[in-house]
Design a protein around this ligand. Structure first.
Ligand SMILES: NC(=O)c1ccc[n+]([C@@H]2O[C@H](COP(=O)([O-])OP(=O)(O)OC[C@H]3O[C@@H](n4cnc5c(N)ncnc54)[C@H](OP(=O)(O)O)[C@@H]3O)[C@@H](O)[C@H]2O)c1
Length: 358
């Protein structure tokens, strides 16, 4: 039986948005791209297919938000570099559902004012909004809950992400937003708007697990150890200078009476110098559940385990994974009742295309 067709809008055609666009064009006859929001003037008016290296699809990307709001669509795939709550509220109030990799991983614990505005917009538009991705997202939300189905009791959950971002071509995210290349004493959970926003997202993810698994924590703390580069590094069009930030070890800890029950730790570098005093899990994501039974799983994504692929393609695979987690959720988000469609209340999201034999 054929799935009903959904009209979708792409909001942001960056590293993640490109994967959404190409997946829809190549594999999803059940989805129809009706618009794309871009930010750069030189992309305005260019066909979406052309922008992502495919044949034209007959839809010109636009910087005009009003034009997008006026359109009819079932779902907006919202993947800009920076979240604008006002834009998301306008989309929701105009009756469009939203699936995003950018924020809202546990609405219950997000900023109260934002949450109220978003809920009100959902009510007005009869729409729902879903946040997910890789981390935050599947690995720090869905996977721990799936594994917990095998738990009798849980004492502690830890997710470690170890990644070198030198080959991540969104340098606006690594340098401008994440502040790599800045003086180390400028890095803190409240140093700039983006770091504060990003830190809050991971704190929310800790709360998500705590709330879903009855951890009854009192607080989530955030801390960061910023480490300077020993040498200069050329990272795409940026030079990361010796002495500036080349490593950030973040820890978000969900604590009850001072004891850490849930922890997300990220071990991020740019320039591939790894500090001696940091822990050394394998590259990728290591999820450990201490309890009865104790479990550990290690995740990493590659372009392929069978064929040779270049580094660029391997790195892209994490963007593919991030993008697919929300793309595969579109039918469920569209079917969800108005309000927050979360990783806890949506059904398990599976690959829509799978092996592709229908
Ligand atoms: N949950 C997860 O696991 C996960 C993983 C990766 C990324 N993310 C998030 O997903 C989103 C997309 O990531 P990405 O790697 O695709 O980002 P990106 O490539 O750096 O940027 C996405 C788009 O943002 C647009 N942009 C430019 N200026 C902007 C502004 N002032 N405000 C908002 N957007 C602006 C750009 O549009 P133009 O090209 O038109 O200039 C760009 O194409 C980000 O919010 C990122 O934090 C989440």
């Amino acid at each position: 039986m054929e799935s009903p067709q959904h009209a979708v809008i792409l909001w942001g055609l960056g590293a993640v948005g490109r994967e959404l666009a190409t997946a829809i064009i190549d594999h999803r006859p059940d989805l129809r791209i009706v618009a794309a929001r871009v930010y750069s003037g030189d992309k305005n008016g260019v066909d979406v297919g052309t922008l992502v290296g495919r044949d034209p699809v007959g839809v010109a990307a636009t910087t005009d938000v009003e034009q997008i709001l006026a359109l009819d669509a079932d779902c907006v795939l919202y993947t800009p570099r920076r979240t604008e709550i006002a834009d998301v509220c306008a989309l929701l109030a105009s009756g469009k559902n939203v699936a995003t990799t950018a924020f809202l991983f546990h609405p219950e614990r997000s900023d109260r004012t934002d949450r109220d505005r978003l809920l009100d917009a959902c009510r007005r538009g009869g729409s729902s909004v879903h946040g997910s991705g890789l981390n935050p997202g599947n690995l720090s939300g869905v996977l721990p809950l799936a594994l917990s189905g095998m738990s009798r009791t849980i004492d502690k959950i830890t997710l470690q992400e170890r990644a070198d971002w030198s080959v991540y071509d969104s340098t606006s995210i690594t340098f401008d937003n994440m502040a790599f290349g800045r003086p180390v004493d400028e890095i803190s959970p409240t140093a700039n708007e983006f770091l504060a926003f990003n830190s809050a997202l991971f704190s929310e993810q800790v709360w998500f697990l705590a709330d879903a698994l009855h951890a009854d924590i009192d607080e989530v703390t955030a801390s960061v150890d910023a480490v300077p580069a020993k040498d200069d590094h050329q990272i795409f069009d940026h030079v990361l200078r010796a002495g500036t930030t080349a490593g950030q070890r973040w820890q978000w800890r969900g604590q009850r009476s001072g004891e850490t029950l849930i922890e997300i730790e990220t071990l991020w570098t740019v320039g591939n110098e790894y500090p001696d005093h940091w822990p050394t899990p394998q590259h990728g994501w290591t999820l450990t559940i201490e309890g009865d039974p104790s479990m550990r799983t290690h995740f990493f994504s590659l372009a392929s385990f069978r064929r040779a692929a270049g580094m660029e393609e391997h790195v892209r695979s994490a963007n593919v994974a991030t993008a697919m987690q929300i793309l595969n959720a579109v039918p469920a988000v569209c079917a969800a009742p108005p309000g927050f469609a979360t990783m806890a209340n949506l059904p398990l999201i599976r690959s829509h295309t799978g092996f592709g034999h229908v």
